[in-house]
Design a protein around this ligand. Structure first.
Ligand SMILES: [Zn+2]
Length: 555
């Protein structure tokens, strides 16, 4: 294993190798993997519309699980909805009057804002996971609330309560002796009377009876009121909940988690991951999952924003996972996330920038390398092929799909309304092979469809035009420009030229008439678009075909 090999490794393969090595060197982990496989886990609180940044985590975990499977390992990615967490803020896009009374109640127990879902949590979670097929994310879905109900965490809950003093010491060490968690029992009962899990103080743990004493009060949190109910209750089977940093740790031994990363905001110094790693190592005697090791948290993944940070989901207007496809097709977003290392920030800006054009260009380039059409040298070829494999959604076809650049597709959709006419044009101009099959046509149509969206919503001015029906009165061409266009018209009437030939023709005409090529081009754009500039001229005129000749003839 030389250094050179390491360099071309995709980040998901690199992580998979590290994880396999870790397991192979740890008899305990090895045993766990024999039992439950390489368990790649992620979780998300369905507190409302979920930000696209979480989607980055899902694709990272999915890619790691895929990389492990590619190496012959039994691996799966499980995503759990943390629907046992309580509502602590009514999102601005919901009716405060209706939802305020649920403050402190777990998302699993709050009615869905939309009919057809079992709960608030169910709705916002499915809003994302229903799209997983489109993003190529293979995940088993779970509900943390249901796991509590099934008693999956009971053993660990008992261990935590039996070791309350140790848990408190962890908090005291990190945050100080006088902080709340350094002095309380690490558990919240779900009040059997009012159903709130945020308003109960747990005051005693009877380890013999295995029951906790709780009081449902007004002063536990500022944002929700209790009902005054009190009594003894078993802490098991979703009768209550662990504070979430502890819950995070408890899930690891309860589920045999081998890999679970998270956004870097959880990995700050003495942040939630630090607490979870300490609880896991010191109290639960479980090795912290990758990227952590023991107390060491390792790095979380970087932020992913679309359209700038200002667009936040808390305002209900920003880019959420479920509406991210308004900005780029799912497969392009997946490609972007797979080709970028998790430790690099991505701020994808579709509006008025080249981001979308570049994304499509990179995708097409990667695809050409995958199919051996382009050769970028051994290292880059290996890298690109793996990116293509991991980002591709569904089965990779044997034949390379027909490629039409986003900018060219954008030109075509501004000239023609009919997709089949465009495909015929692409065949005529040699851009697409004439034996293109139905699958290929479908592929082109998808791109045309996004190109229309790109032109109408995102593209910079220079990519937009409207083809003229008549020659505008104020285009003001000089005699040489007119003469050049007449010569071009004649050629176009007589011969069918390909892009290269037409390009040569521009230079020949310019030379014969003694006109600057630039001046000649400007004349063409003025006649066709009533603009000084426009799309690359040769392919543009070829695409226009008779439409261009008709206009030129009117000069
Ligand atoms: Zn209560």
């Amino acid at each position: 294993m030389g250094k050179k090999e390491l360099n071309v490794k995709h980040w998901a393969d690199q992580i998979a190798d590290e994880v396999i090595e870790r397991v192979e060197n740890d008899p305990r982990l090895k045993k766990l993997v024999e039992k439950t496989g390489y368990f790649v886990y992620d979780e998300k609180t369905p507190s409302g519309i979920i930000h696209i940044g979480s989607g980055r985590g899902w694709i990272i975990h999915d890619a790691i699980a895929k990389a492990l499977r590619n190496k012959g390992k039994n691996a799966k990615f499980v995503l759990s909805s943390d629907d046992h967490d309580p509502l602590d803020k009514v999102p601005s896009y919901l009716d405060k009057e209706i939802y305020e009374k649920y403050m402190g109640v777990p998302f699993k127990d709050i009615p869905s804002p939309v009919e057809g879902y079992s709960s608030f949590g169910d709705y916002y979670f499915k809003q994302c996971t229903d799209l997983f097929d489109q993003f190529g994310i293979e995940a088993e879905l779970e509900s943390t609330g249901e796991e509590y109900e099934k008693g999956v965490f009971n053993v660990a809950i008992k261990k935590i309560l039996n070791n309350t003093d140790k848990v408190q010491k962890v908090y005291a060490k990190l945050y100080g002796d006088d902080t709340a968690f350094a002095n309380r029992l690490p558990f919240n009962v779900r009040c059997p009377n009012c159903g709130k899990v945020a308003t109960t103080a747990t005051l005693e743990w009877d380890s013999k009876k295995e029951e906790v004493y709780y009081e449902c009060k007004n002063d536990v949190v500022k944002w929700a009121n209790g009902c005054g109910n009190k009594g003894w209750i078993s802490p098991y089977d979703r009768n209550g909940k662990l504070p979430w940093k502890i819950e995070w740790a408890v899930k690891w031994p309860s589920k045999n988690v081998i890999v679970e990363t998270a956004g870097k905001d959880h990995f700050t110094k003495n942040g939630s991951r630090t607490v979870a790693c300490r609880i896991s190592t010191e109290i639960l005697d479980y090795p912290s999952p990758y990227p952590s090791k023991g107390y060491y948290t390792g790095p979380g993944y970087e932020f992913f924003t679309v359209g700038g940070k200002k667009m936040s989901t808390s305002k209900g207007t920003g880019v959420s996972f479920y509406n991210s496809m308004d900005y780029a097709p799912a497969k392009m977003l997946r490609f972007l996330l797979i080709r970028t290392r998790p430790n690099a920030v991505i701020d994808f800006q579709p509006y008025n920038t080249n981001d979308l054009i570049l994304l499509y260009e990179r995708y097409d380039k990667t695809e050409r390398i995958y199919y051996g059409v382009d050769d970028e040298g051994e290292k880059e070829n290996i890298r690109s092929k793996r990116i293509y494999e991991l980002s591709h959604i569904g089965k990779i076809s044997e034949k390379m799909p027909p490629q039409v650049s986003l900018t060219h597709a954008g030109n075509l959709v501004q000239i023609f309304d009919d997709d089949d006419e465009i495909i015929q044009k692409l065949i005529d101009s040699g851009n697409v092979s004439n034996d293109v099959d139905l699958e290929g046509k479908k592929y082109i149509k998808e791109r045309l469809s996004f190109a229309r969206k790109w032109i109408s919503e995102f593209a910079q001015e220079q990519y937009k035009f409207s083809l003229q029906n008549e020659i505008s009165e104020n285009i003001d061409l000089n005699e040489k420009q007119k003469e050049a266009i007449r010569a071009l018209t004649k050629t176009l009437q007589e011969k069918k030229l390909n892009e290269k030939e037409l390009h040569q023709e521009f230079y020949d005409i310019s030379k014969n008439i003694n006109i600057e090529t630039r001046e000649f081009f400007t004349a063409c754009y003025k006649v066709l678009l009533n603009k000084e500039k426009g799309p690359k001229l040769a392919p543009f005129i070829i695409a226009l075909g008779k439409k261009a000749i008709d206009l030129f003839e009117k000069l």
